[in-house]
Design a protein around this ligand. Structure first.
Ligand code: ATP
Length: 368
């Protein structure tokens, strides 16, 4: 068991609020990823859990035990840092066993635990090498091994893959998923990379400005973001945002006008729109914006200026500007021959998400 509960956690550095009213329950065995832009407070939150920082307000409980005043070494957490933080003069085996030695463990026990971790991480052949003789990926595995031998209740990872090249990062991601499956441990992972977060997380916690913006399963956040920040942060290329006005409200639909500054009107299925919402913004993902076939014209097709065509082989992204200058990205799965000549896009209003002036999501009546 390793259930972690954060209640009303806040942190100030001087007068600056770095974290505000963080409430989070992390279940035993869950892989939770804190994600957000630089400076949003994710590392500070991880350091608070590890005990490297104190809270300004709020409580932390691990399996019901209040952690606030428990010494970092006795919390049952183990941290893996971006910088590896290995001792250069020690071998991989000595680095991995160091904390056990400091805790007074017997040599045989240390040997056994280090050998077990080395096997899990496929490091057996490198255990006599010093960090200087290891690759970046091997060093990171030693750092993870050092956490494993401590058999922590909660593993804490602070951007552990950001010093590795792109290919190795993908490989290490797969290894971390496998490690989590085998150890069944509670893991908390910090990254600013939303793709890394999406691929690793059982649950993502999106932070911005020291506040939790949304917390949930990666695809739920992708499909059903609570606000414009989450909608724009998750997904690559990013969600398109277009201005629009609501011309008419029907019981089960709205008529949107001046979409992206164009003369286009479209009917969007939407139950119970509240006319008091004020100006709105449409969010639509690139995969829901298509190139209109040149031989077919439909209401709602928008003339655009194509500014860039990115042909990636399996998919093509067409970057364009709408008549009033708003930018939009369309995705095409088979547009190699057509992308350069495309000049109209087709929007799918059933895929639109609506956001209010403060960036809040406007959901249809009855939606969660
Ligand atoms: N010891 C400190 N004293 C003062 N301010 C700090 C301290 N540590 C962090 N901060 C500030 O707190 C804010 C959050 O920092 P934190 O390192 O948690 O962000 P982060 O989301 O992990 O960013 P990054 O991805 O760049 O590491 C930043 O504005 C940072 O400058």
């Amino acid at each position: 068991m390793a259930q972690l509960d954060l209640t009303g956690v806040a942190k100030k550095f001087g007068v600056v609020d770095v974290l505000r009213d963080i409430n989070l329950n992390i279940r035993s065995g869950e892989f939770v990823v804190f994600v957000g832009p630089s400076g949003c407070g994710k590392s500070t939150l991880l350091r608070i859990i590890s005990g490297l920082e104190e809270v300004t307000a709020g409580d932390l409980h691990l399996d019901g035990e209040r952690l606030n005043d428990v010494d970092p070494a006795r919390r049952g957490t183990a941290m893996v840092f971006q910088s590896y933080a290995l001792y250069p003069h020690m071998t991989a085996a000595e680095n991995m066993g160091f904390s056990l030695r400091m805790a007074g463990a017997k040599k045989a026990e240390i040997r056994e635990k280090v050998a077990k971790a080395a096997a899990i991480l496929q490091l057996e052949k490198h255990m006599d090498r010093r960090p200087g003789q290891l690759s970046g990926g091997q060093k990171q595995r030693v750092a993870i091994g050092r956490a494993i031998v401590r058999e922590p209740k909660v593993f804490l990872f602070d951007e552990p893959l950001s010093n590795l090249d792109a290919e190795l990062r993908v490989q290490m991601r797969a290894e971390l998923i496998d490690l989590h499956r085998r150890l069944k441990a509670t893991m908390i992972y910090v990254t600013h990379d939303q793709v890394e977060a999406m691929t690793l997380a059982d649950r993502m916690v999106v932070l911005n400005g020291g506040v939790i913006q949304q917390c949930g399963r990666p695809l739920d956040l992708y499909d059903d973001p609570d606000n414009r920040f989450v909608a724009g942060f998750i997904g690559s290329p990013k969600m398109n945002f277009l201005s629009a006005t609501v011309k008419e409200v029907r019981p089960d639909a709205i008529v949107l006008d001046r979409i992206g500054g164009s003369s286009t009107s479209l009917v969007m299925p939407f139950e119970g729109f509240d006319a008091a919402e004020g100006p709105i913004e449409i969010g639509v993902r690139p995969e829901h914006v298509r190139l209109a076939p040149s031989d077919e014209r439909r209401d709602g097709d928008v003339e655009v200026d194509v500014t860039l065509v990115e042909e990636l082989g399996d998919v093509t992204y067409v970057h364009a500007t709408m008549p009033a200058g708003e930018r939009i990205i369309a995705r095409s799965d088979n547009a190699r021959h057509r992308a350069e000549t495309a000049n109209r896009i087709r929007l799918d209003p059933s895929r639109f998400l609506l956001f209010g002036a403060a960036g809040q999501r406007i959901r249809p009546a009855g939606a969660a």
